[in-house]
Design a protein around this ligand. Structure first.
Ligand SMILES: Cc1cc2nc3c(=O)[nH]c(=O)nc-3n(C[C@H](O)[C@H](O)[C@H](O)COP(=O)(O)OP(=O)(O)OC[C@H]3O[C@@H](n4cnc5c(N)ncnc54)[C@H](O)[C@@H]3O)c2cc1C
Length: 363
């Protein structure tokens, strides 16, 4: 069989990229080993235009958010169901100092678009602990990631465009015109979207990925107000009927995929600083984020093998970034535009040449 593209990996990155390529008229084969605890399957799917404690606007939020809205709208129409839940985010100040930091920051340009309200004292919701107030952020929400990926997977299977198995690199041959996989599959180009597992990929393992473990909890409560997402050291995503997702931890020292008591305690403790309500932990998951040293994604064609590319490094913001970047990458592969320089793997080509030198020394 002949394809324009083979995409290896069907997490958020591979799924959004392969859908984008298909929509642009390309014939795409996806090869994905299903993984219940992939970063995508355990993610709460939060999209937050305001990042971190220092109240910085998320990188390229003005470009990424409209692209994400358009992409998820289109998916919802395509599948006839709600996949992205728009909800305001109440970012609670943890101290008077944090409130002051925000007050100074908010005087700058460009915030109106994202801030619905600022409260300098509690908004007096009976179950919420917010003595210093907080800000209500617009244009946030969450993607139902696992259900979205399931729908896309089912569609690919129905069209015969998915091999649900591990990609075996030993079966890959690079040819004049592209790639050959096993004896029966040929394509012009192959794109690796393996998430953190790119560290095992002989063609791209020189990229500076920092696998970063994250844990999330599912808890149940009775009276916690589900009208918005809460954020103070952790996020609290209300998924309905008293079910909340609390996330997430960050651990790059020991990036394994095991849930831990320490993770449960850390998330429970932080959640109990947001609410005085009783809650019961009913689930816990761990996954590994594909984070990058400079916190920017990784996309582009291999420096030597022009038939191979990578689309990866979404870190903790795949939901926000992937739709815009998949479109940018698709256009770049078609030769219609340049890749954003901030995500282009050419910024790390010196690591590739060092890697090759090291390999040559060893042989
Ligand atoms: C606990 C946690 C919470 C998070 N919360 C959020 C959040 O709220 N919002 C947000 O935007 N992001 C969040 N993230 C980050 C988000 O999950 C990532 O940005 C994104 O999912 C990465 O997607 P990916 O496709 O690159 O990788 P993955 O999700 O890891 O997918 C890679 C896929 O490739 C497959 N694969 C790999 N190698 C091979 C091979 N050789 N052959 C076949 N298949 C292969 C894997 O099995 C997997 O299916 C969170 C992450 C974690 C761990």
């Amino acid at each position: 069989m002949n394809y324009d593209f083979i995409v290896v990996g069907h997490g958020l990155a591979g799924a959004i990229l392969s859908y984008t390529l298909r929509k642009r008229g390309h014939r795409v084969l996806v090869i994905d080993e299903p993984k219940a605890n992939s970063a995508s399957n355990v993610a709460a799917g939060l999209l937050n235009p305001v990042a971190g404690k220092r109240f910085a606007k998320s990188w390229m939020a003005d470009e990424f958010i409209p692209a994400a809205d358009a992409f998820y709208d289109e998916l919802e129409k395509h599948f006839g169901q709600e996949l992205f839940v728009h909800k305001p985010i109440y970012k609670i100040f943890s101290s008077i100092e944090e409130q002051n930091t925000w007050m100074a920051k908010s005087a700058g340009e460009g915030w109106n678009k994202y801030i619905e309200a600022t409260y300098t004292q509690s908004i007096n919701q009976p179950t919420v602990q917010d003595p210093f107030g907080g800000i209500v952020i617009k244009h946030g929400g969450y993607l139902k990631v696992a259900p979205t990926l399931n729908l896309l997977t089912k569609e690919l299977i129905a069209k015969g465009l998915l091999l649900p198995e591990r990609f075996d690199i030993e079966q890959l041959t690079l040819t004049e015109s592209g790639v050959k996989y096993r004896e029966d599959i040929e394509a012009n180009h192959l794109i690796f979207c393996e998430g953190y597992q790119v560290v095992n990929n002989p063609y791209f393992r020189w990229l500076p990925l920092q696998p970063t473990k994250g844990e999330v909890l599912e808890v149940r409560t009775q009276n916690f107000n589900p009208s918005c997402i809460y954020n103070k050291a952790v996020y609290v995503v209300p998924e309905g009927e008293g079910r909340l997702i609390i996330g997430a931890t960050y651990n790059w020292r020991q990036p394994d995929e095991q849930i831990t008591k320490q993770g449960e305690e850390e998330l429970s403790e932080r959640f109990s600083q947001i609410t005085s309500e009783e809650f019961k932990v009913t689930g816990q998951w761990a996954g590994i984020r594909p984070a990058v040293r400079d916190r920017r994604p990784l996309a582009g064609v291999h420096p030597k093998y022009k038939q191979l590319s990578v689309f990866n490094g979404m870190g903790s913001k795949g939901v926000l970034m992937a739709p815009f970047l998949a479109n940018n990458f698709a256009e770049a592969l078609e030769g219609k535009t340049d890749l954003l320089p901030e995500i282009h793997i050419s910024r790390y080509f010196s690591l590739y040449y060092d890697y090759i030198k090291h390999q040559n020394h060893q042989t």
